[in-house]
Write a protein that binds this ligand. Structure first.
Ligand SMILES: [Cu+2]
Length: 413
């Protein structure tokens, strides 16, 4: 390498190494989550609003199952910039293959295909996971929407103990054979990789053993192309082509004879009906919605009309997987991630709204979570709108869910 080259290359290498170390360092700093807080507030507040999410266990052995259940409401005022959930897939948000997914159901329908979901409606999911890799992992229910991306529910820490070597994932095939998916076909994959790598390397070596790029380029520039490709080269090239085609043909017929009965990967769609619509217990008109920056408080002034025949009280306001509870009515669920449950829901007047009555209610949700969960960022959006669910409870404890959403005005005093 010449001196000028060295002067250019060494600082470049150093910069690349520094960037790599910085990246590794940053990565180590954020192992705590998936970056779910980095999703724009409108994605978390106005798309899929998850509720009643539960994890059957938070500590499991390798091979044990965890069932994640819950519901989501697809927000009626779906953001215009997002593609609607016409092509959606129920998924799980985990850091790599630390669990295997044994089943997923939406409203009781097994869902391993894409489906289309209706805006404004509710769905109930159940995802069964089998613990594979020991560690402490953040587990979110998630729906992937084509062109809109992954829309995640709340994340719970699940601890897997044991040894990954004990993990098995056996299934019985349609021909009655029992196989372990953890290792099935692995030797075959390795064998074929070796075969193709050997062939590829042999092809490269055949050409590399002679002077390569620059001497050949010089010859071409001089118009002296004689002898660049010899008769032997043509023969060897034809030989490689024949061997390649023969291997492909052999592979095809071998697979056909080993696995005569196969089913292609299924790409059909599944239809899932939404949960039946519950009659509205209340009608809500938003009179004012503000975010007071110094106090980290969302203040809502709502005109609420009770259209049910029972007295109604507000028990919870939930948005972006955060739950603000009126602890007079709803007690914190010990199974829900504690960092996502907040008290501090002030309701004025606190009295129940009687049937037929219209009351102006002031709700304030004060919590640092507006900043720490990066939801307050929405005031910097050109479309500063919020969304969420208000949970009403009647005097018999029946719940009804009302969607609220609209513009949110920041206040600085
Ligand atoms: Cu997470």
């Amino acid at each position: 390498m010449s001196a000028p080259e060295q002067r250019v290359l060494f600082p470049l290498c150093r910069a690349a190494l520094a960037a790599l170390l910085l990246f590794v360092g940053l990565d180590a700093g954020v192992v705590g989550a998936h970056g779910e807080k980095a999703q724009e507030p409108f994605l978390r507040m106005r798309s899929f609003l998850y509720y009643d999410v539960q994890w059957s266990k938070t500590e499991v052995q390798v091979g044990e199952e965890v069932v994640v259940t819950g519901r989501f409401r697809i927000f009626e005022e779906w953001p215009k910039v997002l593609d609607r959930p016409d092509n959606a897939f129920l998924n799980i948000g985990i850091p790599g293959p630390v669990f295997v997914r044994k089943s997923s159901k939406l409203n009781g329908v097994p869902l391993f295909n894409t489906t289309s979901l209706e805006v404004g409606r509710d769905y109930e999911f159940e995802i069964v996971l089998k613990a594979r890799k020991p560690g402490r992992h953040h587990v979110h229910p998630m729906v992937n929407v084509e062109s809109a991306g992954p829309l995640v529910g709340p994340g719970q820490w699940v601890e897997i103990t044991g040894d990954i070597a004990d993990f098995t994932n056996t299934v019985t095939t349609i021909t009655g054979e029992t196989i372990d998916l953890e290792h099935h076909g692995f030797a075959n994959v390795v064998t074929w990789h070796i075969v193709w790598v050997v062939l590829g390397v042999a092809w490269l070596l055949y050409w590399f053993r002679r002077p390569m790029f620059i001497p050949r380029m010089v010859k071409i520039q001089q118009g002296d192309t004689k002898g660049l490709i010899t008769g032997t080269d043509y023969a060897v090239g034809a030989g490689f082509a024949v061997v390649t085609l023969a291997l492909i043909t052999f592979g095809y017929f071998r697979a056909e004879s080993l696995y005569p009965t196969t089913v292609p990967l299924q790409t059909g769609r599944t239809t899932v009906e939404p949960l039946p619509k519950q009659p509205d217990a209340v009608e809500i008109e938003i009179q004012e919605a503000t975010y007071r920056i110094p106090g980290r408080t969302v203040n809502l002034t709502l005109e609420i009309t009770n259209v049910s025949d029972r007295a109604q009280r507000i028990g919870e306001f939930t948005t972006a997987n955060l739950r603000f509870l009126n602890t007079d009515i709803v007690q914190a669920d010990p199974g829900y991630p504690p960092e996502l449950i907040e008290g501090g829901l002030q309701i004025e007047p606190a009295a129940a709204i009687q049937p037929g009555e219209t009351v102006v209610v002031k709700i304030s949700a004060t919590n640092p979570a507006w900043e720490t969960e990066q939801l307050a960022m929405l005031i910097h959006d050109p479309d500063s709108r919020f969304g969420g669910l208000l949970m009403f409870y009647d005097d018999e404890g029946n719940r009804s869910i009302a969607e609220i959403g609209g513009g949110l005005i920041p206040t600085f005093i």
